[in-house]
Structure formats: C-alpha cells, structure tokens
Design a protein around this ligand. Sequence first.
Ligand code: HEC
Length: 188
Amino acid sequence: MKPLYALSLLVATLPAIAQDVASLTAETKKAVLPVVPKVVNAMQEALADKGVAGAIPVCKEQAPELIKAKRQETGWDIRRVSLKPRNAERGTPDLWEARQLADFNIRAANGEKPETLEKSEVVQIDGKPVFRYVKALPVGDVCLKCHGPADGLDASLKAKLAESYPQDQATGYSKGEIRGALTVKRPL
Ligand code: HEC
C-alpha cells in the first residue's frame, strides 16, 4: 500500500473510531455506573444501622457482589482498583489502570472535579481491540470512616481491618481525594 493511500485511509477511519469510543462510553456508563450510588447508599445505611465495623461487609462483600452481578449481566470484566489497595488481590491495577489513576490525581490537582474524572480508550490486548473505561471514585464523608487517617479510625474497626488486611494501604485519605476507580474491559 502506498504510504499516502494508507494515510488517507487512516484519516478517513479516525472519525469512525472517535464515534465508536463515544457510543461505547455512553453504553458502558449506562450499564455499569448505577452500581456506584447503590454501594454508597448501602454504605450509609449500614453505617447508621450497624456502626462502622459492622459496615465492613458492604465494601468487602456487597460491592464485589454487585459488580459480579453486572459482570454476569454484561459479560464484561468489571473491577474496583486503587493505587493504594486494601485488598491487593482484587484491587491491584494493571499498567493501563495505574497510568489513568496517576493521571486522575494530576487532573484533580489541576482543578478538575474528582467526580467527573473518567477515561475511555480502545487498546490492543494480545493483538485484539479492547474497549477500556475507567471512572474515579472520590472520597466522600462516608468513606473517611474506613479510609481516613489511621489514627482517627474506630478501634474495633482497626482491629478488624488488621485481621483481614495485614497489608492494608487504603487509609490516610482526605475528602475529595481519589480512592480508586471502577474499571471496565470490553473485548470488541
Ligand atoms: C465500613 C468500612 C468502609 C467504608 C465506610 C468504605 N470502605 Fe472502601 N473498603 C473497605 C474494605 C473492607 C475494603 C476491602 C474490600 C475487599 O476485600 O475487596 C474496601 C475496598 C475499597 C475499594 C477497592 C480497592 C481496594 O482498596 O481494595 C474501593 C475502590 C473503595 N473501598 C472505595 C470506597 C469509597 C469510595 C468509599 C465511600 C463511598 C468507601 N470505600 C467506604 C471498607 C470500607
């Protein structure tokens, strides 16, 4: 193929790819994002009813369960990740996710609102196109009880966390910081 022809083909396809990313993003958000307020509401209720140590299962079991249900419904790979995970087994980001999370921190420092931070991209994995979407999960008041500065945490909660997560990195956050992200991978 002549280089100029190849270039004009590429230029002709670029808007189509951009269009694709926009519609894939919209479709993905519509399917997956309703999980976020569900977890936050369940968290608020559990904290009010059961206290902070009693609310651990919401972030530990209920959030992963809701995500698992979405995974089964959509067939997509959906997870929660963090640069400072509490559960490293489930929550360690891959390279692409780590890069986006680092970028979210930079974008937030430059004044973007944490709750608006997201990124979509079509990438190649093992030679096949995969749509990736990631959305920041900012720290709100309710999160501070379990992810805030370690010396301010409830004693019984601390004991439970130490027991289940000896390698816990997920304390020391303040309100508005980015706790982690919801991440989606869709093979195309
Ligand atoms: C009652 C305690 C508690 C509260 C409140 C809480 N979390 Fe968590 N969070 C946990 C626990 C426990 C885990 C580990 C879950 C697991 O084992 O997968 C966790 C894990 C996470 C993870 C997965 C990545 C990781 O670090 O392992 C994210 C993201 C997260 N929390 C965000 C939040 C956000 C955002 C809020 C506020 C809306 C919040 N959490 C409130 C206890 C809590």
